[in-house]
Ligand binder design. Sequence first.
Ligand code: IMP
Length: 434
Amino acid sequence: MTANVIIGAQWGDEGKGKVVDLFTEFADIVVRFQGGNNAGHTLVVEENGVTQKTVLHLIPSGILHRNKVCVIASGVVLDPGVLLGELDALAQRGHTVEPRQLLIASDASVILPYHCALDIARETSKGERKIGTTGRGIGPCYEDRVARRAVFVRDLLDEPSLREKLESNLPEKNQLLAHYGAPGFELEAVLAQMLALGVRLAPFVRETGRFIYDEVHRGRNVLFEGAQGTLLDVSLGTYPFVTSSHTTAGGVCVGAGIAPSAINGVIGITKAYCTRVGSGPFPTELNDEVGEFMRKAGHEFGSTTGRPRRCGWIDVAALRYATRINGFTGLAVTKLDVLSGLERVKFCVGYHDAQGNQLDEPPMDVARLATLTPIYEELSGWSEDISGVRVFDDLPRNARHFLRRLETILGVPIVLVSVGAKRAETIVLENIYR
Ligand code: IMP
């Protein structure tokens, strides 16, 4: 059996969608285990000679492969309207999703309209101190889970249960919304809306934990698809500028209900540079023409919110931290082509703090992180267009050196290099399912 986890090694948007899509070819089952529609994977797929772009926020990208099973496990927070919208969009492209292709955990938490309203109201009230959330209700929904008042997917199929939960939750939510000057919600309207969505979701809903266990132990290849990135983990990231779920490898155990011992490999995805959306310290950020170059060449605008992403040099010290806490067994480096044309490229290998101490990993204390000065190694760049390269040895010498240096510092082999957005624009060094 082979169960691999794919994890973003930075602040999200590392190009996981493409890597997941490539490895899905060899997997039988693809599982999302945390986050919600704050994520966004842009998939660029050639179909009948036509290039098609598909953005998926909730449904695993494996859905484009007809013979795979995609699972939305219990650690996910699910906005039913968004999920059904994605199913409709896929159907319009000729990908009608059958219930055998998509399993939704009956105990995934539901994002209700008041979660989104609260997310937005709180962010607005924070002004300059806002987190920069996606406004999709992710934090408020996870809060309810921890506070033991979650509405589960199965409640959408059970009117008395949903009514009871809304009767209990809604008065408090409406008071909170009133506190922020935002309009409240009417119980019967929310109930009717959610029950209608439940009817459409019903064919896909089941208990997914046992299914995943059985499939792993039947020797099937399973791919656990992480959303967001390591530094956005609610416990291990740059708190409070994080999302509200466990984005690191440990999250797969509680989010999918699988034991650590069942996992064979953890692949960390990193861009050849670094980006961040939303607020929070970013030591290698470039507010200059090089940052602008990266944003343009890398099309660095959020696939969920359209916001321009902040860009900077690759932070290998932060990747060292990500490697330590996730236990990466392989690395996938994406968007190497974006650096083509830069005379010099930089690698942050550590930091100096205000007292002149040298650090080899970033502290997750954001006040301290904001005061650090990166220590850079400078490498020579390359000018060639590398999007046509399919074999590692055909890369320009300096690009090879860049990748080898990354492997050496992190002590993790590179299994894949992406040199363009299309599926074919990839150098595979090792198939993790072989
Ligand atoms: P939330 O997940 O919407 O609560 O947002 C919390 C933080 O995580 C914000 O800084 C978001 O920009 C960031 N974030 C959430 N999802 C993603 C993602 O998929 N990629 C990158 N950043 C994300």
